[in-house]
Design a protein around this ligand. Sequence first.
Ligand SMILES: [Zn+2]
Ligand SMILES: [Zn+2]
Length: 142
Amino acid sequence: MDAIEILRQLKDKGVRFTPQRQAILEFLLETASHPTADEIYHHVKAKFPGVSLGTIYNTLNMLKEHGHLLELSYGDMSSRFDGNPENHYHIVCSKCGRVSDYHRTLIDLDQEVMEQSGFLIMGHRMEFYGICPKCREDEQLN
Ligand SMILES: [Zn+2]
Ligand SMILES: [Zn+2]
């Protein structure tokens, strides 16, 4: 879904959109870097110096609530945000923390887990950990 379509849907639901909020949404849709709230803040601040971290957080919460955003939480570390809300897999670099998408057909486990556990399964999250190509290269150079 593009920014215009998301804006249209949210306006129909009565969500107010300022140019700052729109800039946050557009950044999330165009980047594949899974930025933290801080990174989003610095990016939007370049264009809108008056933007506050509070605006970033409440826009992220609003987008998440309406299903347009995925939050990847990592315990103590800052959450990362993904403008692609469809369930997909991620690879995390243990050295630099970079998060990449890995697209493949989702593993069909939900039904099995539901039957075995009695939980109502809404989805699952799977992550791969390793050293990214850039860090591997740097390691060899050192
Ligand atoms: Zn790395
Ligand atoms: Zn992703």
